[in-house]
Ligand binder design. Structure first.
Ligand code: SF4
Length: 344
């Protein structure tokens, strides 16, 4: 398999240049295009000779991905559907905030093996892991549309900690070559404990978001199939290990689903868990995707939030953004797969 140009180190580029009898200064030029300018397409590397640009395209995936579709929502959210070198698709999302700051939400896998019952991304299971080069291409292609972001969240399609090695490489290049501050990067997990333990070993100030969604194992079992589900107690203990290793307060993500996990009793327990684990809570009212789950009504959401806050926990409530049809993660990809199946 060819390598990805994105993610190449200066050492690798210099070795490549040597093997192809290209002057060493060209390696530095390529490196600068990749990381100073976030350009991963050789045809845009204007100070390289045409023959070298062609050679890069032949020798590397450069890039392996292309923007297949851009979907704009009324509130400024933009979704990019990226087609990968093998024809598979992933999504990345560009989220502008009211203060002008921009967040990119990146995917880590094609599909997702966790198969949370409420999630469009997990619906068809895992196709494959993304390579570090592909995650870095998501970042670069996002920049080509919206400029350099202020924050990055790995909360798109996939369970990143099941693709730990490639994710760790990606994080190293982002915080190294791209000079992106680790505390501006958040990695989300569905509570995959072995991956959380590996993440703790990085000892860098990356933020962690734990998708807890339930305060007890019985309720969690209604939302997450057993093959990759870990007990709440073990998840919290692994998250504490990460906090102790990197000194960052973590977030408990909690998708609020009507009649499943939206009782005031659950709210109180969630608040108490957050306080005792020095964590914050982020509530996400469920974005309906046409399955059996529903979003609780506004009053229930507000009461739930107040109850969590009454325990002394820090709590925020995030409303999913993007047009109704495509707001939840993975929906664009699922719509494309359906079109393919229907021969449209
Ligand atoms: S919610 Fe996250 S972990 Fe669960 S299936 Fe969807 S992408 Fe995977």
């Amino acid at each position: 398999m060819k390598k990805f140009l994105s993610g190449s180190s200066l050492y690798e580029l210099t070795s490549y240049a040597k093997s192809r009898q290209i002057p060493a200064f060209r390696a530095k030029q390529i490196y600068s295009w990749l990381y100073d300018h976030a350009v991963c397409e050789p045809e845009k590397m204007k100070n390289l000779p045409a023959a070298l640009r062609l050679m890069l395209q032949e020798d590397f995936y450069a890039p392996g991905s292309r923007i297949a579709e851009r979907v704009n929502a009324a509130d400024g959210v933009e979704k990019l559907m990226l087609q990968l070198y093998d024809g598979e698709c992933i999504e990345m999302v560009i989220l502008p905030a009211a203060d002008g700051r921009i967040t990119f939400c990146l995917s880590t896998q094609v599909g997702c093996p966790v198969k949370c019952r409420f999630c469009a991304s997990g619906k068809h299971g895992l196709v494959r892991n993304l390579k570090a080069g592909e995650m870095l291409e998501e970042f670069a292609l996002g920049i080509s549309c919206a400029g350099r972001p202020d924050n990055l969240v790995f909360m798109g399609i996939g369970e990143g900690l099941l693709n730990f090695e490639e994710l760790a490489k990606t994080l190293a290049v982002l915080s190294g070559e791209f000079n992106f501050a680790p505390r501006r990067i958040t990695v989300s997990t569905s509570g995959y404990v072995p991956g959380m333990k590996q993440f703790a070993t990085l000892k860098k100030e990356y933020n962690l978001a734990v998708s807890l969604h339930a305060v007890d194992d019985e309720t969690r079992a209604k939302l997450i199939p057993p093959h990759l589900r870990y007990p709440v107690k073990e998840i919290l203990s692994a998250a504490d290990e990460i906090r102790e290793a990197n000194g960052r307060q973590y977030t408990l993500e909690y998708t609020l689903i009507a009649g499943i996990n939206d009782s005031l009793e659950a709210a109180e327990k969630l608040g108490r868990i957050a306080v005792s684990h020095h964590a914050k809570v982020n509530l996400i009212p469920y974005n309906e995707t046409g399955n059996e789950f529903c979003r609780p009504d506004k009053n229930i959401i507000a009461e739930f939030e107040q109850k969590v806050a009454s325990t002394g926990a820090r709590v925020t409530c995030r409303v999913e953004r993007g047009s109704k049809k495509t707001a939840a993660c993975g929906q664009l990809r699922v719509m494309r797969m359906q079109k393919k199946e229907e021969g449209i």
